[in-house]
Design a protein around this ligand. Structure first.
Ligand code: 5GP
Length: 120
């Protein structure tokens, strides 16, 4: 089961403006910013603005507008950052086995070099 949302998590603090981020996109539904420890030349995180721990609670309880907004934001960020033509990787770590470290839903966009078969 999905954990209850923790308002003290680092991305909640970024959303509240308590911690700075290198923002690349923001609208009513999503925020995107550079990962603090990039694993590729381009490594951007996209998060919904709502209080969702993971894909699980987001997909089950978010509104159609929130889901559409988030999905569209991911595509917009990929286009705006030159990822589409060369290609990129979209990844979400979910829960313990997925090695999710921050309990606010986020997707990683990796690009800027050929990425190989997997990122470990
Ligand atoms: P995951 O939860 O999917 O394992 O990954 C969390 C990601 O958030 C990691 O890639 C980590 O580098 C990134 N991260 C953790 N704390 C911060 C932060 O304070 N600012 C930014 N921009 N990224 C962070």
């Amino acid at each position: 089961a999905t954990l209850p949302y923790d308002d003290a998590n680092i991305f909640a603090r970024i959303l509240r403006g308590e911690i700075p981020c290198q923002k690349v996109f923001e609208d009513d539904f999503a925020l995107a910013f550079h990962d603090i420890a990039p694993q590729a030349p381009i490594h951007i995180l996209v998060i919904p603005k709502g209080r969702y721990v993971s894909w699980d609670d987001f997909s089950a309880t978010a509104s159609e507008a929130e889901i559409a907004g988030f999905v569209r934001a991911v595509g917009q960020v990929a286009r705006d950052n030159g990822l589409v033509a060369p290609g990129y990787r979209l990844l979400a770590n979910i829960g313990a086995h997925g090695h999710q470290e921050v309990p606010h839903l986020h997707v990683h966009l990796f690009g800027g070099r050929p990425l190989g078969a997997m990122l470990s």
